[in-house]
Design a binder for this molecule. Structure first.
Ligand SMILES: Nc1nc2c(c(=O)[nH]1)N[C@H]1C(S)=C(S)[C@@H](COP(=O)(O)OP(=O)(O)OC[C@H]3O[C@@H](n4cnc5c(=O)[nH]c(N)nc54)[C@H](O)[C@@H]3O)O[C@H]1N2
Ligand SMILES: Nc1nc2c(c(=O)[nH]1)N[C@H]1C(S)=C(S)[C@@H](COP(=O)(O)OP(=O)(O)OC[C@H]3O[C@@H](n4cnc5c(=O)[nH]c(N)nc54)[C@H](O)[C@@H]3O)O[C@H]1N2
Ligand code: SF4
Ligand SMILES: [Mo]
Length: 858
């Protein structure tokens, strides 16, 4: 594709190029990269002494050479005010990816903003304020003053409950320890904002309450465990496309038998084979295909489950495993709740045991806990599900369920317990009955003693990297407020939005956008009417408009987003690489990305923007005579991002005292696995696996089992939606697209592949609807409508489609209803709608390939 970027040759990295550590900021995996930069008027040469690789580049290199990079890994960017060449290429020495790139990460360089090559010119360069009927550039002082004037008026005339906040809680692509601390200190320290939501869900809550309540933190193993497992069970995830290099560098070698010698060396007593894999997903993903190609179909079990019925499968597996005597009784006895130890001091403390079991004491439910957490015996009794009943509900073949139970827990030769690693992600996190389903899956791992041991783990595979350190959020409560619904009902007067675009990624999006547009327009009209007036008069006009039902919206982002179209103040942030930034990956591996280029214009790190808001709040509140309240906004006098890290992570994260920027920098792309537990000289000592000591995150250190009784489609409105519409609109991700297209929309390579979101449809459905590949269809139901481009495939079943989520060119969330679970977890995946043809394939689509995505080794 080099021709497209007007690049017919790449400069050679000189031997003396500057080198910085980079952790890819797109997905959870956090692959290591190196950023090489050097002055624009210099190039390396082919002689070994003249280039970074130290090899003779005039010779043909071997096929796996590291002395190579692609046009997508190259750009010209600004560094300390000067143009420099930049190459960002995978780091062969990083244990996460061992030199692998992915179709996302290997394009990091081309996705940097460059005034020389013209990439990502959409990046925001200065603050903007709504004036004279459009967004006008302005200074930080002017923009932050307006934000603080309006926010201070609203929270003092009403309360902090009138300030709504949407903010990232992750790391990597937006967030990171520095930025979660900066925003957290503002909204949870200086203020106690309760109406707050996270970037990907409409409340401030956990995606996986159940596993945490059971005492099992969700990122509890090491990537190495995927190399050591006898069986990997993956549920509702598509790791080839979504955790790419974790899958390619740690799962595939096990399935190929390439980790056998490592297994034998680490666990010499027990027998070993190449790994097997069980994949639970209603559609046949490219992950299934890749596993079959590498491991052979006989070592891959795809359980093509009916959408939303996973819990029943897990219960049947637990039942069968227990009935066969394959549980780890020692583990259950020593590390999980004992009947006698569970308090039974309230009305719910006793239960009539299912199927004639004796009465068992049970720990009382805590607030916001949707089901009972208890002993293995009680959970087994109440979750008991026959293979036949499970087959009926899940649509699976009974023999396959039994086979899965065998692969998970049937002892190996010599009586050794199988090592089974369980990984899950959005197919059940955003799936039906989140709490009980998550709990029923963790039950399986606990019953088979597969947490805290090599080759085990029961883990989220993850989305973004993590990077959470904030003051307590206890004031938010549980269940947390359903912020989207409150906004729709007229709640909130000021909305601060950090790095999220609900217009593309929320549920009930048709209604949300309709109301949001209306309410923010009321404020725009008031601002237009106050054109040319003083700051005081403008603030009065805005406050009058929000008191009349309007909403004042402040958007902190790196581009002008869709929700940003409703904003009145837009504040430009820098990205990873344009600031120093720390985060951890899916095995809790923490690294520092070193700043290797300038941010665009006057864009600032999010944490320092939060500090700017705090300082302006302090000033404005003091001017208002509210000195006590103003004093709460002190402590934001950070000068650098490292100051924020020292104030946040070092003081507040477990083991934070051992972690410094200097030590992280020295530890490079391998970093250490959190939590830090000490120092070996200047090397930070980490924790490869959680719960290796058998002590779980409950008061008494004993893990709890979860009662998971089947309630059908649990979220309000789902059963009716299914009954009244023809197609399941399953949805999720594609390999090439990163999230809501914020960079993709300005990237020719991605736009060439998918100008519109695809909807995978079975050929029978195409025939029935009279549509063909590339046609644009409308997807509609009682909750809204959206559109997508038809991609025929028989990897989805008839009447079951799969649509790419979060595209600006067709928002899948438009047709998701408002129903959430008891803890306000959205159920994006179970959505039903009708489909009709809108248009024949448009001109933009005629050159597109509609080939199968399946790899056929032939
Ligand atoms: N390429 C790429 N990678 C990404 C991202 C990206 O945008 N692009 N985003 C990152 C983020 S933030 C996240 S959260 C992760 C998400 O990572 P994943 O969860 O792996 O991705 P999804 O495609 O959302 O959903 C995974 C699978 O769930 C299946 N599914 C749907 N309904 C059900 C069900 O009822 N039961 C079961 N068992 N499965 C079901 C879908 O068919 C789909 O194959 O990806 C991360 N990685
Ligand atoms: N239908 C459906 N909906 C879903 C899901 C699904 O599976 N199906 N999945 C959900 C999930 S798991 C996720 S993670 C969400 C994703 O939903 P969002 O969080 O809305 O999507 P992102 O693309 O991660 O948004 C990143 C935003 O932050 C901006 N940004 C990037 N870097 C920075 C930075 O350093 N600073 C600042 N201030 N801004 C920055 C980008 O421009 C972009 O606007 O969608 C959720 N919605
Ligand atoms: S797998 Fe994830 S972290 Fe690794 S290069 Fe790809 S997007 Fe980046
Ligand atoms: Mo996510």
């Amino acid at each position: 594709m080099a021709f497209k970027r007007q690049i017919d040759r790449l400069p050679i990295i000189p031997a003396n190029a500057r080198v910085n550590n980079v952790t890819c900021h797109y997905c959870i995996v956090g692959c290591g990269y190196k950023a090489y930069s050097w002055p624009i008027n210099q190039q390396g040469g082919t002689a070994a002494s003249e280039n970074w690789a130290g090899v003779d580049l005039s010779e043909q290199q071997y096929q796996d050479t590291d002395a190579w990079y692609a046009p997508s890994m190259y750009n010209v960017v600004r560094q300390d005010g000067r143009d420099v060449h930049l190459v960002i290429k995978p780091d062969v020495d990083c244990v996460v990816n061992s030199g692998l790139g992915s179709i996302r990460g290997a394009r990091m360089a081309e996705n940097r903003r460059s005034e020389v090559t013209g990439t990502q010119l959409q990046r925001l360069t200065e603050p903007m304020v709504w004036r004279y009927g459009s967004w006008q550039p302005t200074s930080w002082d002017d923009a932050l003053d307006l934000v603080a004037q309006v926010t201070a008026r609203v929270v003092t005339e009403g309360s902090e409950d009138d300030l709504y906040v949407s903010m990232f809680d992750h790391g990597g692509s937006a967030g990171g320890y520095e930025n979660t601390w900066g925003t957290g200190k503002l909204y949870f320290g200086a203020m106690k904002v309760k109406n707050v939501r996270i970037h990907n869900r409409p409340a401030y809550n956990s995606e996986v309450h159940a596993t945490r309540d059971m005492g099992v933190g969700e990122l509890n193993n090491a990537y190495e465990d995927a190399e050591l497992a006898d069986t990997i069970m993956v549920v509702g995830a598509n790791p080839l496309e979504t955790q790419t290099n974790y899958f390619l560098n740690h799962w595939i070698p096990n399935l190929q038998g390439a980790t056998l010698s490592k297994k034998r060396e680490m666990m010499p007593d027990e027998p070993h084979e190449a790994g097997r894999i069980i994949i639970v997903d209603p559609r046949r993903t490219v992950t299934v295909n890749a596993c079959e190609e590498t491991a052979g179909p006989e070592n891959v079990l795809h359980l093509q489950i009916n959408s939303g019925t996973d819990m029943v499968l897990f219960n049947a597996l637990l039942t069968h495993i227990a009935d066969q005597g394959w549980v780890d009784q020692d583990f259950i006895d020593n590390h999980t709740a004992l009947g006698g130890e569970l308090a039974a001091d309230d009305a719910m403390g006793e239960v009539a045991g299912a199927s004639g079991q004796e009465m068992l004491p049970r720990k009382p439910r805590t607030e916001g806990q949707p089901t009972d957490l208890t002993t293995f015996a009680e959970a087994l009794a109440r979750n008991r599900t026959s293979i036949e009943d499970a087959a009926e509900i899940t649509g699976l073949n009974p023999a396959d369920i039994i086979k899965a139970a065998e692969w998970i827990a049937m002892p190996k030769e010599g009586g050794f317990r199988r090592r089974t690693m369980i990984g899950y992600e959005k197919g059940i996190i955003w799936g039906n009955d989140n709490y009980r389903t998550n709990g029923a899956l963790v039950n399986l791992a606990l019953a088979t003693g597969n947490i805290g041991r090599e080759g085990g783990g029961c883990v989220r595979l993850g989305g973004h990297q993590e990077g959470y350190v904030r003051p307590s959020d206890a004031h938010v409560g549980r269940p947390a407020p359903y912020v989207d619904q409150l906004i729709i009902q007229g709640g909130g007067k000021v909305h601060h939005v950090w790095a999220c675009d609900h217009y593309k990624t929320t549920l009930n999006a048709t209604e949300f956008k309709r109301v949001y547009n209306h309410r923010t327009n009321m404020v725009k009209e008031a601002m237009d009417a106050a054109a040319g007036k003083t700051r005081e008069e403008l603030v009065d006009a805005i406050v009058a408009a929000v008191n009349a039902g309007g909403l004042f919206s402040v958007n902190v982002d790196i581009i002008h987003t869709k929700i940003g179209q409703g904003a009145h103040v837009i504040l430009p942030a820098v990205e990873s690489g344009e600031m120093d930034l720390t985060s951890m990956n899916g095995e809790r591996r923490m690294r520092l990305v070193e700043r290797y280029m300038d941010g665009p214009g006057v864009a600032q790190p999010d944490c320092l923007i939060a500090a700017g808001i705090a300082q302006n709040m302090e000033r404005v509140l003091t001017e208002m005579g509210r000195t006590d309240y103003a004093a709460q906004f002190q402590g934001f006098d950070w000068l650098t991002v490292e100051d924020v890290f020292n104030d946040g992570y070092r003081q507040n994260a477990g083991g934070g005292e051992f972690v410094t920027y200097d030590r992280l920098r020295a530890m490079g792309n391998n970093g250490f696995q959190e939590p830090a537990v000490g120092l070996d000289g200047e090397t930070i000592v980490g924790t490869p696996r959680l719960y290796a000591d058998g002590k779980f995150g409950t008061e008494d250190g004993r893990a709890l089992f979860c009662v998971a009784e089947w309630n059908g489609l649990q979220a309000p409105g789902k059963e009716e939606q299914r009954a009244n519409h023809a197609f399941l609109i399953n949805n999720g991700r594609s390999n090439i697209n990163w999230q809501n297209w914020f960079l993709d929309q300005d990237n020719e390579f991605v736009r060439d592949r998918f100008p519109y979101p695809f909807i995978q449809m079975h050929p029978d459905d195409l025939a029935e609807l009279g549509v063909a590949q590339g046609d644009l269809v409308e997807v509609w139901n009682a909750d809204g409508a959206t559109q997508a481009m038809v991609y025929p495939t028989d990897t989805v079943r008839p009447k079951e489609t799969f649509m790419l989520f979060a595209s600006p060119a067709g928002v899948q969330g438009n047709v998701i209803n408002a129903g959430v679970n008891e803890l306000v977890l959205p159920n994006y995946k179970q959505t039903w709608a009708n489909i009709r043809k809108l248009s024949a394939a448009p001109a933009t689509v005629t050159g597109l390939s509609f080939k199968s995505w399946e790899y056929d080794a032939g």
